[in-house]
Ligand binder design. Structure first.
Ligand SMILES: Cc1cc2nc3c(=O)[nH]c(=O)nc-3n(C[C@H](O)[C@H](O)[C@H](O)COP(=O)(O)OP(=O)(O)OC[C@H]3O[C@@H](n4cnc5c(N)ncnc54)[C@H](O)[C@@H]3O)c2cc1C
Length: 326
């Protein structure tokens, strides 16, 4: 367990708004759960607004397996770890933001706010809560997949399509999209596609497209990914065939990165948390941002979502501050 305040130059406590320490219970304006792009962006905005924030993070960002992050303006091709490092360094400038490298295992809602239980044994409280807990990919059990995941086994054409352009790839379905839908999307990047494990009946339009596109379909699922240090060389199918390829794209089922939203009683929209334009969930005082509220899963989108939530959160804190004075 690591627990520290990111800032080395903490200002006197009286400079911090609305925070007191009573009987070992730390009180914050906001507790942010999740330190990916969404949670970090929110913490920066709230730190700049001089709000007292605790950012709790288990350190398992969804793209932490990837060698490079693409499509983020000004950071295209940077490693996800480097982005996090820079974000944390910049966050350290804001003295009212605390960071705890710990898992939130339970959240209790009371009339005055939220009490958060951490695996570190502490239980801080806050007026408001931001869930920036991301989504998790439910990976199939395929030999070699974990090693290749994020290096040459991918989910998102926008993240990794450019790197495999005109190269041979395998596509496997079964998740949020059918393999044929994913293959049609990837066709703009490469035409050398083999769809593996497709057993659903094809529509007339799909059959016509497959015929015209030259995309191959094999009903046998992938049994093993043959790779060299995570870089795919071929896939072995259940039927015994081996297909040479440079990458595999998967459509996998997605679930929430944490079940906290469901346990708090937040209304869900399929696998996502339902949130309004200001990132408010159905539970008063609880906000959500990042992958967990949208179907567009990109780091820059998650960062923007965190900013939007932070501004809505600060608006709510401003109302609280006004109420306290009148
Ligand atoms: C293989 C792969 C490659 C990708 N490549 C790209 C790319 O190139 N470009 C791009 O823009 N996007 C890419 N993405 C998508 C990108 O990873 C996500 O859009 C982005 O990480 C979402 O940010 P987030 O802050 O919402 O969630 P995350 O980054 O997933 O962060 C959520 C954080 O919450 C923490 N957390 C969850 N529950 C708890 C808890 N109970 N207590 C404490 N902490 C908790 C997690 O440990 C994690 O650190 C990729 C995704 C994958 C799977």
């Amino acid at each position: 367990m690591r627990r520290f305040h990111l800032s080395r130059d903490r200002p006197p406590v009286e400079l911090l708004r609305s925070t007191v320490r009573r009987e070992q219970t730390e009180e914050y304006d906001v507790i942010v759960i999740g330190g990916g792009a969404a949670g970090l962006s929110a913490a920066v905005v709230l730190g700049r607004a001089r709000r007292r924030v605790l950012l709790c993070d288990a350190g398992a960002q969804r793209n932490s397996c990837a060698e490079k992050m693409h499509g983020f303006l000004s950071r295209d091709g940077e490693s996800p770890g480097e982005l996090l490092k820079i974000c944390k360094e910049q966050l350290a400038q804001y003295p009212s933001v605390g960071f705890e490298a710990s898992v939130v295992q339970a959240v209790e809602k009371s009339s005055s706010g939220f009490r958060v239980e951490l695996t570190s044994g502490t239980a801080p409280v806050a007026d408001l809560l931001l869930l920036a807990t991301g989504m998790a990919d439910a990976l199939p059990e395929i030999d070699g997949l974990r090693e290749a995941w994020g290096r040459s086994a991918f989910v998102c054409p926008y993240c990794d399509g450019w790197e495999i352009q005109d190269r041979p790839i395998a596509v496997s379905g079964g998740g949020v999209r059918s393999a044929i839908d994913l293959a049609q999307e990837l066709y703009g990047w490469t035409r050398k596609i083999t769809v593996c494990g497709h057993t659903e009946s094809l529509s007339t339009a799909q059959t016509t497209w497959l015929h015209a596109s030259g995309v191959r379909v094999d009903a046998h699922p992938i049994r093993r990914i043959v790779h060299d240090n995570g870089h795919v060389r071929s896939v072995q199918l259940e039927g015994g065939d081996c297909i040479d390829c440079d990458a595999v794209f998967f459509s996998v089922p997605l679930k929430q990165g944490s079940d906290i939203a469901e346990r708090l009683g937040c209304k869900m929209n399929g696998a996502r948390i339902e949130a309004d334009d200001c990132n408010r969930t159905s539970v008063p005082g609880c906000f959500a941002a990042g992958d967990n509220v949208t179907h567009v899963h990109q780091v820059i989108v998650a960062a923007a979502s965190g900013v939007r939530a932070a501004i809505a959160i600060n608006d709510e804190l401003v109302c609280r501050d006004v109420r306290q004075l009148v």
